[in-house]
Design a protein around this ligand. Sequence first.
Ligand SMILES: [Zn+2]
Length: 386
Amino acid sequence: MWDFTSPDIVYGVDALSRLADVTGTRAFILTDQTLVELGYLRQVEEYLTANNIAIRSFSQIEPEPSIETVQLAHRAIVAFTPDIVIALGGGSVMDVTKVSWLMYEQPGIKIEEISIFTSYDTGKSQLITIPTTSGSGADMTPGVVLTDHQQGRKIVLYAREFQPSLTIVDPSLVMQVPAQVTADTGMDVISHAVEAFASPWHNDFSDGLAVKALQLAFVYLPLAYVDGSDVKAREHMHNAATISGLAMANSSVSLGHALAHAFGGLFPIPHGRLVGMFLPYSMEFTANSGDSRYRKLARFLGISSANEQEGLKKLVNEIRELARKIGQPLTIMQIGIEAADLEKVMPELIEKAASDHQMLTTLRVPDEREIAKLYRYAYAGKSVDF
Ligand SMILES: [Zn+2]
């Protein structure tokens, strides 16, 4: 038996107006400074005030957010006692909101102890997510990634309750996203879909979502990157991000994310850029076990092949071609890291990758020697032959 879970999703042009129908009296909005400056916070506030809802906001959320930011946000939520909590932003805002909201709902829980195997008491307030980037899928996943600066590591947390009750996917909120962010987050969409499809937890429901998200991203990501004002491309990519997030929420991501989480804890590089870069290497490594679904996935994307190995190769080429088109790095070297700096942190990288949550959902789990080799191959851009 398996559960398919999803929030209520409102999408398309003017989706934001759904806020006029939200019931409650006090809304706490978490966002970041850029979105305040773009006037998006004001738009959200206007719908709520017209609905006689009192508002407070918190906009001090940084990219790749820290535990300290979660604690600050949590204190601000507790002080306001809202019955609605809204995340308006990209993955970082979503992650801070989900954790600080859960801490508000169930006082006394410790961040490190949050677990998918625990049920939490919620009901004080409803959680609403409004994504303003097309990528993280964090508007609907039960997962969160935070940065522990003291230990130089990423903390990955899961709780069923992190899935909001409502997600508003309005393309007008992504029209101003810079091309670089469009590219980084777009590669995250690709990675979520490929890994959800290839995961040992894949299922009939998540498969359909993963394939659709990939079909959309392959067509519309390059268009949205080249011309940010292309409304149709932006809308389809915004939908693709949420669809891909839903695939991931109901299946799982795997090795590419484990490698990226460990790496991102030591080098401050956007998550999407890293997962997109590590994806092909992790696909090759997984496929070398002789048991993978890449040929099948390639076929759904209209790429025919004679066997699994050729299917993998063609799919990897397709992903790299897309990455090239949108100016994304294909190797650690292209990211701008020196070989000596990589070797210096290798023992730490190995330890962090090996203990990453996503290794649990990896079809073929690399041992420590193989993790080091994967990083070295990804540095040099070598095709994985082990
Ligand atoms: Zn991701």
